[in-house]
Design a protein around this ligand. Structure first.
Ligand SMILES: [Zn+2]
Length: 324
């Protein structure tokens, strides 16, 4: 399924994206212009920032091109109808419920909060969070009309828009989340500024994204299935993404890499896709015990080397006072 989907993405890239319309950009984390080419994939060049090691596609499709791609391309439709839908319930148990349990621990005990999920998709996260904490107001921020409709059917309040385009609701939210979204965005800094604006002072922002210095991404480079232009065009590092959040005014509460799949991804690349990474990793993939692989994954996550990053940030309480 994933391979079929990725083949569709490649076709979409050929049809929808005119490279002449691509925009050159500086580092999405720190603004540094100097960068070196790391690799090319599907006609996209990925460069590494000379200052902060963020890996990013440059040049890249602009905001409008990306919006069109996500709203109406054949691969996006396939993703919604054939890829995501059939496995939605499995993903609910394995991904969305644990995610909601973690998120609920951040605001547990508080009352009457306004909680929003940016890029809410099918609304699974908000549904799960509402089950744990039923007494809050929940808003799904989702630009795709198909997915926004699914959220409405679940009785979620919906803003059918990219967060960048929302002009009202400043200083309204107590808690905003954005899971696996930052890596897709044309301009993550604009996104961060907007998110900051929408939060009340003291409000929390929880987000996850991919780590350029993650185990599987460093080992696999362009062979990584996480590197799928035009979907993933920003790979921050744990340091660079914190720097970006701090630049727009957030304070960092927690930054970690609680990933569980890095080793499975590398093992799959070696065994199923024939990727050659040398005899050591080949030996681990084919001969190591289940327990050995488990320990390896725990070591990767504990040492902040997983490609899955989770950041909890907060808008300072005194921000408005200082602004005056
Ligand atoms: Zn940088």
């Amino acid at each position: 399924m994933l391979d079929r989907y990725l083949a569709l993405v490649r076709q979409d890239v050929d049809i929808l994206f005119d490279q002449k319309g691509f925009v050159r950009t500086a580092c999405p984390a720190c603004g540094e212009a100097e960068a070196t080419l790391r690799f090319r994939k599907n006609n996209f060049s990925y460069v590494m920032c000379s200052a902060c090691a963020t890996l990013y596609a440059n040049p890249r499709p602009d905001f409008d091109m990306l919006e069109k791609f996500y709203a109406s391309s054949p691969s996006s439709e396939f993703w919604v109808k054939e890829f995501f839908m059939p496995v939605a319930e499995v993903r609910r148990d394995k991904i969305f419920r644990p995610r909601a349990e973690y998120a609920s621990s951040i605001v547990r005990g508080r009352k009457d909060l306004l909680i929003g999920d940016i890029g809410a998709g099918f609304g699974l996260f908000l549904e799960e969070l509402r089950k744990i904490l039923p007494d809050h107001r929940y808003v799904a921020i989702e630009p795709s009309p198909d997915m926004a409709e699914i959220c409405r059917k679940k009785n979620l309040e919906v803003k059918e828009s990219c967060v960048e385009m929302i002009s009202e609701m400043k200083c309204s939210f107590d808690f905003l989340t954005a899971f696996e979204l930052l890596e897709h965005l044309f301009d993550p800094r604009v996104f961060m500024v907007k998110t900051f604006e929408l939060l009340k002072p003291g409000g929390f922002f929880l987000f996850t994204t991919l780590n350029a210095n993650g185990f599987d991404i460093l080992l696999l480079d362009e062979k990584s299935k996480s590197v799928t232009p035009p979907h993933h065009i920003n790979f921050f590092t744990l340091e660079s993404v914190q720097k970006l959040a701090e630049l727009v005014g957030f304070e960092i509460v927690k930054a970690e890499t609680p990933g569980q799949l890095d080793w499975d991804i590398v093992e799959g690349a070696i065994k199923d896709d024939g990727v050659v990474l040398g005899r050591f990793w080949d030996h681990i993939a084919r001969n190591a015990s289940v327990d050995c692989k488990k320990q390896l994954q725990a070591w990767i996550a504990d040492n902040k080397l997983s490609s899955h990053m989770r950041i909890l940030a907060r808008k300072p309480v005194l921000e408005e006072v200082q602004g005056v």
